[in-house]
Design a protein around this ligand. Structure first.
Ligand code: KG4
Ligand code: ZN
Length: 352
């Protein structure tokens, strides 16, 4: 099977070709990504209107380049997959319409992929892991603990009630005058700072549900920044280190509860899969690896380029669905919100 995947839900325009051999193992033939970070940097965050326009400008070139690099034509494909949401609606419309147009013109099966499902299934492409597993998805747009039980079969165990983790990193960076995207900058500063200097709250600690809440922590950092202004370089480093230490504690505590809920609802997971841009943070990754060792879990982290938004994950999710005969028709409408499980409506995060 060979499938084209298109991703445009946030600030990455991506097109990729993924194929499977007779054994069903996936192989990324090519994965073209164009990041818009430079366009949004001046605003300190993603501007939806700018994102949508930038997707329009490059999507056709990117798809053409992916096909050329892979040495395939539309006629050779077994299907076309495009992210149908959740995400910034203007961007979703661009990729979805492109995917539908190509499918229609080439008389190919079409799959509208849930972007979260694509993140959830990536570890099966990279590491071939079996269902069921526990996914911790931590990025600028998503913060979720998900029981991945099968294709189309998910239970959301926890989500953020306010900011996504990456968003919290980016906002704290902004308060401290660090450039966008702030997560990597905060990590660099934190390495030079004292994590014990400021005692920031650990929101939701030991709550029996696996939800996250980050606005209280963010406010605590803001108050400290205001109290100490003007900040010297050591203050910035210590604030970053203390903030990051709090985040690490929160992630481990929430993942521990997520794992308990997983055992209660779905049995024993085959692995703990860690995905999303925030998983690039070595303090967070280190703590999660220690946690996995302690609990006897296998920790799996797909390569970073496949943890952040990309086209290969959309193509792979397309393959997983096509193998089960699951396709979508031309009436599929773009979705700003699209929870992975029907029972997930209780979350308040507008991005989930
Ligand atoms: O997955 P991603 O590339 O894009 C989406 O949000 O979909 O994640 C980007 C987020 C940004 O908020 C960025 O600040 C954060 O991941 N991030 C980090 C680190 N590297 C990226 N946060 C903390 N530490 C890092 N090293
Ligand atoms: Zn994403």
């Amino acid at each position: 099977m060979i499938v084209l995947g298109i991703e445009t839900t946030c600030d990455e325009t991506a097109a990729a070709i993924v194929r499977t051999g007779p054994d069903g193992v996936g192989e990324i033939v090519c994965d073209e990504v164009m990041s818009q970070i430079a366009l949004h940097a001046a605003f300190g965050g993603v501007v939806p209107e700018i994102a949508a326009r930038a997707h329009v400008e490059v999507i056709d070139k990117l798809v053409r380049r992916a096909l050329k690099k892979a040495g395939v034509k539309i006629a050779d494909l077994d299907g076309i997959a495009a992210a149908g949401g959740p995400g910034l609606i203007g961007g979703v419309m661009v990729g979805l319409t492109m995917g539908k147009g190509l499918a229609l013109a080439g008389s190919k099966p079409f799959v509208a992929v849930n972007h979260l499902e694509a993140h959830a299934l990536t570890a099966r492409l990279t590491d071939g892991i079996e269902f069921p597993y526990l996914l911790l998805l931590i990025s600028g747009g998503h913060t979720q603990l998900i029981a991945v039980k099968g294709v189309g079969d998910y239970a959301r165990l926890g989500t953020t009630l306010d900011d996504a983790l990456g968003e919290a990193f980016d906002k704290v960076a902004k308060m401290l005058g660090l450039p966008y995207p702030g997560g990597p900058q905060v990590e660099i500063e934190a390495a030079k700072g004292d994590p014990a200097r400021f005692e920031f709250p650990r929101p939701m600690l030991r709550r029996p549900n696996a939800d996250f809440s980050l606005s209280g922590l963010k406010t605590a950092v803001r108050l400290e920044v205001e109290r100490r202004a003007p900040l010297n370089r050591q203050d910035v480093a210590d604030l970053c280190a203390s903030f990051q230490a709090s985040i690490v504690d929160v992630i481990i505590d929430r993942t521990r509860v997520g794992l308990r809920l997983f055992h209660e609802k779905c049995g024993t997971p085959t692995a703990l899969v860690i995905a999303g841009g925030v998983a690039a943070n070595s303090a967070i990754r280190g703590a999660l690896n220690r946690f996995a060792r302690e609990t006897g879990l296998r920790a799996v982290q797909p390569p970073l380029a496949l943890c952040t938004d990309n086209g290969a994950m959309i193509a792979w999710a397309g393959i997983e669905r096509l193998r089960l005969g699951l396709t979508d028709d031309m009436n599929f409408a773009p979705r700003a919100r699209w929870p992975l499980d029907a029972g997930a409506a209780r979350g308040h995060n507008p991005k989930a």
